[in-house]
Write a protein that binds this ligand. Sequence first.
Ligand SMILES: [Zn+2]
Length: 424
Amino acid sequence: MLRKLFYVFLAVLSLIIVGSPALAYFPEPPGRGGDPHSTALNVEAWRAHPVLPGEGLACLAQRSGLSWETLARANGVLHPGNLSHVVDLRLPNPATSAKVLAARQGETSLELAARHNLSSWDVIRYNPQPLYTGAGVALPIPAEPTPCLPYPLVSVELTRQPLVRGQTSVLIVETAEPAACEVAYAGQIAPCYALDATRLYALIGISALAEPGEYAIEVQVQARGLDTAWQTPLTVTPGRYGFQFINPPPALNALMDPAVMGGELDYLALWRVVRTPERLWELPLGFPLPFRAEISADYGARRSYGGMVDGYHSGIDYRVGTGVSVLAPADGVVLMAERLVARGNAVLIDHGGGLITGYWHLSRIDVAVGQRVTRGEAFAAVGNTGLSTGPHLHWDVWVNGVSVDGKQWLEADGLGMAFPSVAP
Ligand SMILES: [Zn+2]
């Protein structure tokens, strides 16, 4: 009897505790760290935030500088993916002071504004002095923040925005829990690859022939069997590319038959769809020659071959003598190694994670299809085969099948982020 009374007492006590406002102060469990409000949260003083359709807990938490678990506990939310039953969510009061970031190399006020979704006038107002690398810049926190991303998305960011056509940007997708994703942009479909447990990346390569303007990157995320779609804008600027009029000797005229050139482009297109998830490359890529050779024709120049065939230069030509070794810029697997009509002896190496490199006009090929090459390994020799007017190495860099400017890939910070090193 006494025992039964004790249980009734316990039940009543637990009801009192659940209803008590004292529980609105949530101590952070030890060892989690990260939250500035880790001792106690004064939820009563927080503002009420009306939850918008599709708004996710993880994003709201990140904006408030809290973990999503803390925000869920403070608001009594049971499932982070489902805020549909929550009318108002209590959030810490936002800071209004400007935050300070370091300027990136060569960054302009316009680029800063685009990257942080602010008006360029605001950026200039806060930073009247010229920007230089490493300098702190003040950015206003917008009074009306952009709507939060749907769960499980925490953030979607481009490392290069706006993007000069012919260049590569990296889309970084952060999620509240492990997820898979795929992106679609400018007629391309690219898989995301894992950076770590909750971050994915997708390489965004834009051809030098792409129309400048506003594009949308469609992000499709899958977590726990649920699909979530999001769109993020991509601004493509024209960049400066030259024009080259090439007058090959009459002996090469047969190679300039548009049917031959077109057929070879179609053949190369077969390899452009290859996507190998495992990343074997690291930044910066190794130089594809034993020494820094001079560029004789840069990437992106519009070309006319004797007025017969028009196109653009899809890679970089290095002026170098016949017989010089060609080196693998990263580990990879030989995808193609054969004699083509216009490109002469040609090799494609798949480095995984969205990157393939190509080598044309070779005098000699020392590898076979399927063979594994390691960074710095000599696999071929420079030559003058195919539609070529002198010995040189033509180097093509493909990002998800799109020929882009390889120079960006030869710099440690070329893509605007550090990639974790590849496990041996
Ligand atoms: Zn070339």
